[in-house]
Design a protein. Structure first.
Length: 338
């Protein structure tokens, strides 16, 4: 049997954009965005409010007409066949609105009948898993109950692609965990999932790859497997420490990002690296440093670097939001109030 990668009529990337731009007057809500999402992966979108995440999603679905650029889902251009494209997508918007006069069970039945990929039994099973009372009218549901109902509708649709905009908003931690389990289960059933979230731990737990948007631009992408290989080394420097004299060995220059800060008047050295720590530790051992601490870099550090336009080191290259250090460079001393 042929798989997606073997049949030339089926693209490997279920989502593809090229130079996608959405402009409102002089404001670029989305600028020159080119991204690909592979079949079967869980792809995360990160960025602060106004970064362009929802604009990207709505452009993909054909709800917004881009100023320039192109996009496809499952090989379909939304500007050519928007109805056909949307029949292959289950979409949870960040502001999902449901018929207030209906009971939960009626909402599940309604959407399972109007969507070609509807499956009432599956939607009802998900509602039960999320402990939702479907006999309650939407008008009398809490915000969290309405979110559970919307999730039951969307996750019950048997489409190749799921797009979830803040799926765990307004949910308590226990239900959040169940929703993430459902996302993983969807992937195991062969579906592709694209979702945005402000909860970084959710992205780390469920995604294969993540893209960072900032001011309408796609500024950085990385795989979660690469993230787990990244570490930050922090250490106290001696009072007479001279960062200009701190020369990075040639075999490490493409693998580390070095900067210095002052915390409470104490000079600190910060080294970000990916991959094998042994060569780095050998070099660090030769420096006049104390209180050495090694910890996983984590998505928070990458997110903060992207958000503030600093350099982000990954493997053999440095990707920057706007500006940053070059490979193997030592940054200037900065005052840090923490």
């Amino acid at each position: 049997m042929l798989g997606p990668g073997d049949d030339p009529s089926i693209p490997d990337d279920i989502v593809r954009t090229s130079g996608l731009t959405k402009r409102y007057g002089d404001f670029d809500a989305l600028s020159d965005c080119s991204v690909r999402v592979a079949r079967g992966e869980v792809f995360g979108l990160l960025g602060p409010n106004g970064a362009g995440k929802t604009t990207l999603i709505r452009s993909l679905l054909g709800y917004l007409r881009p100023t320039s650029g192109t996009s496809q889902i499952d090989g379909i251009d939304p500007q050519v066949d928007g109805v056909g494209l949307r029949s292959r997508v289950a979409y949870l918007p960040g502001d999902a609105r449901l018929p207030r006069h209906m009971r939960g069970g009626g909402v599940l039945k309604f959407f399972s009948e109007i969507h070609p990929a509807g499956n009432l039994d599956r939607s009802a099973a998900i509602a039960e898993q999320l402990e939702l009372n479907t006999r309650t009218r939407v008008a009398f549901m809490s915000t969290g109950m309405r979110q559970k109902l919307a999730l039951s509708v969307v996750l019950g649709l048997e489409t190749p692609l799921l797009i979830l905009d803040e799926p765990t908003a307004n949910l308590d931690p226990t239900v959040r965990a169940k929703v993430l389990d459902l996302v993983v289960a969807a992937q195991q059933r062969g579906r592709t999932v694209m979702f945005s979230s402000h909860v970084l731990s959710e992205i780390e737990e469920t995604c294969d790859r993540v893209a960072f948007l900032r001011k309408g631009r796609l500024v950085h992408q990385l795989t979660i497997s690469d993230l787990f290989q990244r570490h930050r080394v922090t250490a106290k420097a001696s009072p007479d420490f001279d960062p200009a004299a701190m020369t990075v060995p040639s075999d490490l220059r493409s693998k580390v990002q070095v900067s210095t800060v002052k915390r409470g008047g104490q000079p600190m050295v910060c080294i970000d690296t990916a991959g094998d720590l042994a060569p780095l530790l050998t070099w660090i051992d030769s420096l006049r440093l104390a209180g050495i601490r090694i910890e996983p870099l984590g998505l928070r550090a990458v997110y903060d670097a992207v958000h503030f336009g600093d350099a982000v080191h990954l493997g053999d290259a440095v990707s920057a939001g706007n500006a940053g250090l070059g490979e193997g460079q030592v940054g200037q001393v900065k005052q840090d109030a923490r």
